[in-house]
Write a protein that binds this ligand. Structure first.
Ligand SMILES: Nc1ncnc2c1ncn2[C@@H]1O[C@H](COP(=O)(O)OP(=O)(O)OP(=O)(O)O)[C@@H](O)[C@H]1O
Ligand SMILES: [Mg+2]
Length: 493
């Protein structure tokens, strides 16, 4: 349906062939239907909420009323696609099909639909009237599409449709819409007077098929060595599972890395995840997902991250995963980490030092003494190459080793070299591994042996392109259950 080719202006082009070619009569009907819908929304005030089944029936009734019993046939392509002298059922089939298409048009994303459906796109950007719609392609970077909105009204209708889907509104009074679609994609829309050149719309798409640890290694975000190291730290050989903060800038891939690392968690564990808006895609049998709730119109009923972390502690979790650590919930999270629970979280910061600074200052205010509960800080970065395509790299792994003279001591153990595009162990022995070896009562050689076994397994997954969440999950589960059997099998494959 789409093709990509290089243009002279150096901007790659993304071509969309619009499939919904309505006839002129159909287009007119759709416009009429739309305006009726707007009336309905206005008359029902704040409670307007689409009942899909009833709405579909409404469309059918509308078409039944509007369409002549006998077909209109004209020569200029404006004809309706049913023929009168055949049976009445032909008309019914036509109405049903058209209702479906209209339903899609109105509740879907109209001309943006093909873009929304393409899992290779990371972002869709509408920047105004009569300007190309831009997309950010996962492999090709920024691209210009052949789509343009010719009328301001069309962009507004689209933004309105999106807002309505999640029961929100955008208008002069609140000209910014910042929300998440039902499929998990993030949307930010603005209308005048906020956006000078007409309405804007930015959709950060949710990847339906999430990237797994195997993908991340293939993409060079991390290496097999790093993957095996993380795996051992995360399960801690059952005695000392590591606490990890994944840190980085906006859209650097923190949440994706968190998801993929969660695959390493022993299936025996009970995980509780806590998020502002559900976004994590963790593949684990025993997972309890919690989401915060905003206050209602009477300013009541709010449940914050803080409330949910507190509550999670009463639910006897082995591991608490906080989607994004940013507020006062951090203190309770760190209290939990300091009292024998283990946890993961992402945090917005540009270096491991800044991660600490943000944690100990307002609004998180975590007491310094509690910071040592963190075992690893993983820094991730989005780096733009000269061709405009971005890559994501884990650029640093640091350990919190203690406090000296009121300063929190960090040890960098892995570092990324931008020249060689490689992340390597710096040569310092990991405190996390040493802790595991001591708690478990085994030597560092044995720890190294375990890491190298896990490397063999990761290498096998990579070589055979066993990348899906389910496959990986199953193999890891078997590894936990009977490691030797799995390794033997691999040898013969
Ligand atoms: N290692 C990677 N390689 C390529 N693409 C990636 C990688 N990690 C994430 N992505 C893609 O980048 C986008 C942003 O990823 P993600 O949501 O994980 O980032 P984030 O740092 O959590 O963002 P935010 O700052 O909004 O929380 C997604 O479309 C995701 O599929
Ligand atoms: Mg995130």
């Amino acid at each position: 349906m789409m093709s990509e080719n290089n243009q002279i202006n150096h901007m790659k082009e993304y071509k969309v062939i619009n499939e919904s070619n309505f006839s002129k009569i159909e287009e007119k009907l759709l416009r009429e239907l739309r305006s009726e819908l707007v009336d309905l929304a206005i008359s029902s005030g704040d409670d307007f909420n689409l009942n899909e089944k009833a709405f579909f029936q409404d469309i059918k009734n509308f078409l039944d009323l509007k369409l002549p019993l006998n077909s209109i046939e004209t020569n200029n392509g404006d004809n309706l696609n049913y023929v009168s002298d055949e049976s009445i059922s032909k008309r019914n089939i036509y109405i049903n099909n058209l209702s479906n298409k209209f339903f899609q048009e109105i509740t879907g994303y109209g001309s943006l639909d093909p873009l929304i459906k393409d899992d290779d796109l990371e972002e869709i950007m509408v920047i105004g009237v009569n300007k190309p719609v831009f997309v950010y392609h996962r492999n090709l970077g920024m691209m210009e599409t052949n789509l343009r909105f010719k009328k301001e009204e069309d962009i507004l209708t689209l933004i309105d449709t999106i807002a309505r889907q999640i029961n929100r509104r955008i208008d002069q009074e609140s000209p910014i819409l910042d929300c998440r679609l039902l499929d998990g994609s993030r949307v930010n829309a603005t209308i005048s007077p906020i956006s000078a050149d007409g309405p804007s719309l930015t959709i950060r798409k949710f990847k339906k098929d999430p990237l797994t640890i195997v993908d991340l290694i293939k993409l060079k975000t991390m290496t097999i060595e790093l993957g095996a190291f993380f795996w051992l730290c995360i399960d801690g050989l059952g005695v000392k599972p590591a606490n990890i903060i994944i840190s980085g800038g906006t859209s650097s891939g923190k949440t994706t890395t968190l998801n993929s690392l969660a695959n390493f968690i022993n299936p025996r564990e009970r995980i509780i995840s806590i998020e502002d808006t559900l976004e994590l895609q963790i593949n684990h049998k025993h997972l309890l997902r919690m989401e915060t709730r905003p206050k209602n119109i009477e300013h009541k009923g709010e449940l914050t991250m803080d409330d949910l972390v507190k509550n999670a502690l009463r639910q006897r979790p082995d591991r608490i995963i906080v989607g994004e650590v940013r507020g006062q919930e951090a203190i309770i999270l760190f209290t939990a980490l300091n009292t024998g629970h283990s946890g993961f979280g992402t945090l917005h910061a540009n270096s491991s030092r800044e991660t600490i600074t943000r944690l100990i200052n307002h609004p998180m205010n975590v007491p310094k003494i509690m910071i040592s509960a963190i075992d690893l800080i993983i820094m991730e970065n989005r780096i733009y190459r000269s061709d405009g395509v971005s890559i994501r790299r884990i650029t640093e792994v640091s350990e919190v080793v203690g406090i000296e003279e009121d300063n929190i001591q960090l040890n960098k153990i892995f570092n990324w070299n931008p020249k060689t595009d490689e992340i390597k162990n710096i040569g310092i022995t990991s405190k996390t591994l040493r802790d595991i070896s001591e708690t478990r009562g085994i030597s560092m050689q044995e720890i190294e042996k375990e890491i190298s076994d896990r490397k063999i397994l990761l290498n096998y997954l990579l070589k055979n392109n066993l990348r899906s969440n389910n496959t990986i999950g199953e193999i890891f589960q078997r590894y936990y259950h009977n490691k030797d059997e799995v390794l033997d099998e691999i040898k013969f494959n």
